[in-house]
Ligand binder design. Structure first.
Ligand code: MG
Length: 155
């Protein structure tokens, strides 16, 4: 059996926060504003894997009203979700992701980001791409960062 899952996320970029992508810190004057650590890519991947397994979504698993998740390490949250997915007998077919960020360029960090997701999901069938929003809208103006992830699960 195969199942596909989709996850998307968007966070405001603000001064005084770290810019994290799958746990990799990207040097930048601004980072993701959030209750958790704000790791937009980790959040999109969590929703993709949970959705494919039909287990729920990130908001149900880790409510942003709970103090326990204040500044939470999102890659730890992904690992917890992935354990649940694996418990249901699923393994990763593949994961593909898109980061939408105007600046800085993600490419120099792409392999580190990819490897971090591969570690968390026990699979090398992981790829990460990045693009700008061509100056259009809040993403293009650099007010926000977005991520999309699609995964295939097999059992
Ligand atoms: Mg989020």
């Amino acid at each position: 059996m195969i199942r596909v899952g989709l996850g998307t996320d968007l966070h405001r970029l603000v001064e005084g926060r770290r810019l994290l992508l799958a746990g990799v810190e990207i040097p930048s004057g601004r980072g993701e504003d959030a209750h958790s650590d704000g790791d937009v890519l980790a959040h999109a991947v969590i929703d993709a894997v949970l959705g494919a397994a039909a287990l729920g979504d990130i908001g149900e698993f880790f409510p942003d009203t709970e103090a326990a998740y204040k500044n939470a390490d999102s890659m730890m949250l992904l690992s917890r979700c992935w354990k649940q997915v694996q418990k249901e007998g699923w393994h990763l077919g593949n994961l593909d992701c898109v980061i939408v960020l105007e600046t800085p360029k993600v490419l120099p960090y792409r392999e580190k980001i990819r490897a971090s997701l591969a570690r968390a999901l026990d699979s090398e069938a992981v790829f990460v791409k990045a693009k700008t929003a061509e100056g259009i809208g809040p993403l293009g103006e650099g007010a926000a960062i977005g991520a999309e992830a699609v995964c295939l699960l097999e059992k």
